[in-house]
Design a protein. Structure first.
Length: 567
């Protein structure tokens, strides 16, 4: 095998970085940055960028800076700064001493702007926001120059200084770059660099009443920090000429901007504006509501950082926007949880089962496997007694065809315990089944059948006297359609009204007693669950992380079988 064949394939971003290293473009350095706006929580879409930014830096012994793009004091808060740092650490990334804020550079940005005014490449404009938009033109028609575009350098310097001094009303003036109002790229049509805005900033307080726009602050921040590769999503591709223009006109260090496709997932919205709306309008309980796609919400629901990183790796890095199947994300999660989650038995909708021929007052400890995927996980003891709880759905008085679980006269296996046969049914005044009576075979301890007889179903259970009462929150997808809003025109109309079902009176085996929030389990035959922060020592609350059924695994296996036949 040749060296080229042995070398693992790289995506186009990593190829670009590798090429720059080969040519010595940045003297062998690799410095990336992750630049979140502190106006909300990080979501799964950010995770893709985070894995790319930090991953490329780590692969080449470089550094990834965490820089907060805090140029809009109207929406930014310190609580978002802390939430972002908390989520990054949880996801498994560290920026060491490289923590920065765009606001660290406000004075330098101002000096850069002044230098562009002195060169005749920026001017103060008196048009309001609506007038600027009207003058901008369209994709097919050129823009119209501002009546202030011809102001002298001295006048622009004086007006810009007055803007900074607080002598201008909010929105009354802007500083604009003087580029080309006929450019086919709308971003180059004299974009706004600064606006007048009196708002208390979460770090600089009231020191400034003018704030730079992102397009002006972005490239200059990269330059100040000596970033080598500024990795952005595709919506910034049309902004790259402006990124380059500012750096070239200022004649300062020039990083390389590379764009890649953002992450889009079915049954999910990842627009920050829409996530804010979901929170503000009360469609969810907050940024960490387990139905949200934020990292804080996913952590609360029971996702692992390893599963999220594996998903980002499988999605890959491309130049074309696409829609990833949420089933792939869920598959990565199940794959990880299956290997690490201890098994327990939990009954979500309890139905009492009494074993009439089992000695009253007797308790046996049944040995149960903690995780069949991990031999080192060992076993635990689960108490077994005369009165148990099983799932309501595991019994049918008049069973349909292919229903192999418990029914009158039918024998089933109780997991890790005995074979039991249903002998009687007790109903309440409404005619509902509230209790089952059974007999057990004492020769089948551990679920064995010495005589070789076969049973077609194995049920999970808990001892009525020993089980812990719990609340279980069954979370489903927040939206009921793959592309929320595509058909209705309003994504809110596609919210799934059944995305949360709260079950009380559930019963869980006693081994979970005292479990800390964030602890994950597989409830046998039910799915994966995580202890919620709302739990108390005496009444745990569990969030269903994901059901056991894995649609993506079946698709993947089918594709593999098809490929095998083809070969």
């Amino acid at each position: 095998m040749s060296t080229a064949e042995a070398r693992p394939s790289l995506d186009f971003v990593r190829e670009a970085v590798a090429e720059d290293l080969r040519t010595g473009r940045f003297d062998g350095r690799v410095v990336t940055r992750f630049p979140p706006e502190p106006n909300g929580f990080l979501h799964i879409g950010h995770a893709k960028a985070i894995c790319l930014d930090f991953g490329i830096a780590a692969a080449h012994g470089g550094a990834c800076h965490l820089r907060f793009d805090d140029t809009n004091p109207m929406k930014e808060e310190n609580r978002f700064v802390e939430a972002i740092k908390r989520d990054l650490r949880w996801l498994g990334f560290d920026w060491s001493e490289h923590e920065y804020f765009a606001s660290d550079y406000y004075e330098q940005f101002y000096e850069y702007a002044v230098s562009l005014v002195r060169k005749g490449r920026a001017y103060v404009c008196d048009l309001g926001p609506d007038e600027i938009r009207a003058h901008r033109g369209t994709l097919t028609t050129p823009g119209q120059e501002s009546p202030n575009r011809g102001r002298s350098i001295d006048e622009n310097l004086e007006l810009f200084e007055r803007m900074r001094a607080g002598e201008c009303a909010d929105g009354s003036r802007t500083l604009r770059a003087k580029i080309d109002m006929a450019s086919p790229n709308l971003n180059m049509r004299d974009p706004v660099m600064y606006r007048v805005l009196r708002a208390t900033h979460h770090r600089t307080a009231d020191a400034w009443c003018i704030y730079p726009m992102y397009d002006f602050a972005h490239g200059q921040s990269d330059s100040i920090e000596r970033i080598t590769h500024s990795l952005c999503t595709l919506e910034f591709e049309d902004h790259r000429p402006l990124y380059d223009w500012f750096l070239d006109e200022l004649e300062i260090y020039h990083p390389r901007q590379i764009e890649f496709a953002r992450l889009n997932i079915t049954y999910t919205v990842l627009s920050k504006r829409r996530l804010v709306q979901l929170v503000d309008e009360g469609h969810v309980t907050g940024w960490d509501d387990p139905r949200m796609p934020t990292l804080a919400a996913m952590r609360r629901r029971g996702y692992t950082p390893e599963a999220i990183r594996a998903f980002c790796e499988k999605v890959g890095v491309t130049k074309t926007n696409s829609l990833s199947d949420v089933a792939l994300l869920e598959h990565c999660l199940r794959d990880d949880l299956n290997a690490r989650s201890p098994r327990v038995m939990g009954v979500l909708r309890p139905l009492k089962l009494v074993i009439d021929n089992y000695p009253a007052g007797q308790v046996e400890q049944m040995e149960a496997v903690n995780n069949p995927e991990d031999p080192g996980a060992g076993t635990r003891e689960v108490p077994f007694s005369r009165e148990l709880y099983i799932e309501q759905d595991d019994f049918r008085e008049d069973p349909p065809r292919k229903f192999f679980r418990l029914a009158p006269g039918r024998e089933v296996r109780l997991r890790y315990a005995y074979l039991v046969t249903c002998t009687d049914v007790v109903r309440n005044d409404a005619g509902e089944v509230v209790e089952l009576h059974c007999t057990y075979d004492p020769e089948t301890r551990g679920g064995t059948t010495p005589d070789g007889r076969k049973v077609k179903a194995t049920l999970h259970w808990v001892s009525a006297a020993h089980a812990i009462e719990a609340e279980v929150r069954l979370y489903d997808r927040l939206f009921r359609t793959p592309r929320p809003g595509k058909d209705t025109g309003n994504y809110v109309d596609d919210i799934n009204p059944h995305s949360l079902q709260v079950l009380t009176g559930c019963r869980v085996e006693p081994s979970v007693c005292g479990a800390e929030p964030g602890h994950r389990y597989q409830f046998e035959r039910q799915g994966y669950f995580c202890v919620d922060p709302d739990s108390s020592p005496t009444r745990p609350v569990f969030n269903r992380t994901v059901p056991l059924r894995d649609a993506w695994a079946k698709i993947d296996q089918a594709a593999g079988r098809k490929g095998s036949k083809a070969s």
